[in-house]
Design a protein around this ligand. Structure first.
Ligand code: SAH
Ligand code: SF4
Length: 432
């Protein structure tokens, strides 16, 4: 999401006559787009800001902090990090040119621009400038904000209320990307299943219809999406996916915990039974679909048995990939105000390590089953290990590495899987 936002920022600034430069020595201003989801994300930002002090001693360089951490801390951040000149929340980027102009006018001033609580900003009319991309795969932001208020999560406080973007602008952006030679788009939102747009005639467009419209842009354009909240994953969406081969067979379905008491405390609005029913529905409509997840270890009051429930669920679903985190208390959230962060750090770490180890085994088992199968792969680039090899992804979002033959980035090729690790499938090009 931040990556997509940075592309909007670049577009706004370039339109106002600014330039992106490659070297810090040539920069008048550095913008740091930040995440506030866990404390260690914020600590990394502070570290980066402090590192820039040395550069600031060499020449005049403004530092602007954008994004969720800026919104969360506001002027406090500029007090604690004295070398920061301005902070701006995620819905305020249209005002960046004005802020930069004011900075130039008055050298020592500081600026703080907060999101409006009822922001309707979707940046729908802004064509993002694709930053450092490969010209093959791009993000399209389809909605902003979140109001699910999971009890551990800071996002509703930093990104504001949920709002959807005009579907026509989304389809147009996908078409433009396709005409420019892009082969894959990922539709982004905190909970894409609750995408909803009402047009002037009172007609509503939901996520399944939006997906269908984007899928119809071109059969050559792959469509992915993230993230799906399990409480809203509908059969209708799965049916749309089944109708279009170019909608990728991969669903990211964050579970957070395998225990119902924890899920209730987390305010997730589903049970383990509901979640498993959704997994069964995915397998029914899309037998070849991969399923990935997010999980939090050591949330408030989690017992050893409840942690075991998470491990059990992981075995039952057999995830292809998981983003795994230790619970990190975020100020102002429901959990910070009303629950106790009572699991000692070493217990959180041990539980997290157990989940990571199990997930490693599951991913390897899943990948072993892929040996012998042939997949259509979108080639993304040269493998890090060898210049003679390329890498790309199949529809299931698994990375395949293979000898390059005559293939080049941006091609669709057939690759037969011959071997694997837990993270990668190794294969060979199928010619003809
Ligand atoms: N909107 C997405 C997730 C966005 S945040 C969804 O609901 O699925 C990405 C992930 O960060 C979450 O799924 C959760 O696993 C993790 N996360 C969020 N807040 C956290 C916290 N306070 N501590 C640890 N992990 C957290
Ligand atoms: Fe956070 Fe929950 Fe919203 Fe995801 S759905 S962004 S975890 S509040």
């Amino acid at each position: 999401m931040n990556f997509a936002d940075s592309e909007v920022v670049a577009s706004i600034l370039i339109k106002a006559g600014h330039r992106i430069v490659d070297s810090l020595d040539d920069a008048d201003c550095v913008l740091i787009n930040t995440c506030a989801i866990r404390d260690n994300a914020e600590q990394r930002v502070r570290h980066r800001v402090r590192e820039l002090q040395a550069q600031q001693q060499r020449h005049r360089l403004h530092i602007g902090v954008l994004g969720c951490m800026a919104e969360r801390l506001q002027s406090q951040l500029m007090v604690e990090e004295e070398n920061v000149s301005f902070v701006m929340g995620p819905d305020t980027y249209r005002r960046l040119p004005e802020v930069l102009e004011n900075l130039t006018a008055s050298a020592n001033s500081k600026f703080e621009i907060q999101n409006s609580k009822f922001s309707t900003e979707t940046y729908a009319d802004i064509q993002p400038v694709r930053l450092g991309g490969n010209g093959i795969s791009a993000y399209i932001s389809i909605m902003r904000g979140c109001q699910n208020y999971c009890s551990y999560c800071v996002v509703p406080y930093t990104r504001g209320r949920e709002r959807s973007r005009d579907p026509q602008t989304i389809v147009d952006e996908a078409r433009t990307l396709c005409e420019q030679g892009y082969k894959e788009v990922t539709l982004l939102g905190q909970n894409v299943n609750s995408y909803r747009w009402k047009d002037e005639a009172g007609q509503t467009v939901g996520f399944p219809e939006l997906m269908e419209r984007v899928a119809l842009v071109s059969p050559q354009l792959r469509v992915r999406f993230a993230t799906s909240h399990p409480k809203d994953l509908s059969d209708e969406l799965l049916q749309v996916m089944a109708r279009h081969d170019n909608i990728c067979r991969c669903i990211h379905l964050p579970v957070q915990s395998g225990n119902n008491r924890m899920l209730k405390l987390m305010n997730r609005h589903y049970t383990v039974e509901w979640y498993l029913d959704r997994v069964a529905a995915i397998r029914r409509y899309l037998p070849d679909c991969s399923i990935t997840t997010d999980v939090i270890a050591g949330f408030c009051s989690e017992t050893e048995e409840e942690h075991q429930d998470t491990l059990r669920l992981f075995r039952q679903v057999g995830y292809d990939y998981a983003y795994m985190f230790k619970y990190s208390l975020r100020p102002d959230t429901y959990a910070a105000k009303h629950l106790t962060d009572d699991i000692p750090d070493e217990v959180k770490t041990r539980r997290l390590e157990e989940i990571i180890a199990l997930q490693g085994e599951i991913a390897l088992e899943n990948n072993r089953r892929e040996v012998g199968r042939t997949y259509e792969v979108l080639v993304e680039g040269t493998s890090r290990r060898s210049k003679e090899q390329l890498f790309g992804r199949n529809s299931q979002n698994k990375v395949l590495v293979f000898d390059r033959g005559n293939a080049k980035p941006g091609d669709y090729v057939q690759v037969k899987v011959t071997d694997c690790t837990a993270a990668t499938l190794l294969g060979e090009l199928v010619i003809g």
